[in-house]
Design a protein around this ligand. Structure first.
Ligand code: SF4
Length: 199
């Protein structure tokens, strides 16, 4: 019904009720099934990407993938270590490119060189100040046993006289490949650790 001029309509209440009822019935007829979850794909993605492991495995992986060596290289084996750090051998692929000047930021000592008793207290102090857990690789004959200087009155016949050694890398000097092999051995050793050992 048109009232009050062109464009103005007033509907009877019964017509409004009917129109509303028809709209509701139409919606009801088209809503017999629930709408599928639009995020169902998310559940499938999670199933495809779920990885179950242990806390030990994750922590050991993180630790062995970011060993930071302390600066403590008293003699000639140091040059093989420096070569191992350079681009051809590239220790950074093991997360080891950062050689820390502060022992408090290091967790690996690579004992590359002859150790004299005069230097021994300093090496022990560096080791004591390193962060726990920490590891030691004895690199070269001098580090393992004193090497060709073993009978000298002033040479420590092996770093294991003053600090615990985890891996021994023989040679005079060992080549970078040998050092990398020793580092891989240390990785395997770290992978077997458990938090229960740390009390
Ligand atoms: S093992 Fe050989 S290369 Fe290494 S520090 Fe001793 S003498 Fe030098």
């Amino acid at each position: 019904m048109e009232v009050g001029g062109a464009g103005k309509y007033v509907y009877p209440a019964a017509d409004l009720d009917r129109a509303e009822g028809e709209a509701i019935e139409a919606l009801k007829a088209g809503s017999q099934q629930p709408i599928s979850d639009p995020d169902r794909w998310l559940d499938e993605e999670l199933h495809r990407n779920m990885l179950l492991t242990t806390v030990d495995a994750v922590i050991n992986w993180a630790r062995r993938s970011s060993l930071w060596p302390a600066v403590s290289f008293p003699a000639c084996c140091a040059f093989e270590f420096i070569t191992a750090e350079a681009s051809r051998f590239d220790l950074s692929r093991f997360g080891m490119e950062i050689v820390r000047a502060s022992p408090r930021q290091a967790d690996l000592m690579i004992t590359a060189g002859t150790l004299t008793w005069k230097m021994a207290p300093n090496i022990k102090r560096i080791y004591d100040q390193m962060a726990e857990p920490k590891w030691v690789i004895a690199m070269g004959a001098c580090a393992i046993s004193g090497g060709i200087f073993a009978s000298s009155y002033n040479v420590v016949p092996g770093y294991n006289r003053i600090i615990p050694v985890d891996v021994y890398v023989p040679g005079c000097p060992p080549r970078p490949e040998a050092l990398i092999y020793g580092i891989r051995m240390l990785h395997k050793k770290i992978a077997k650790r458990s938090l229960l050992q740390e009390g």
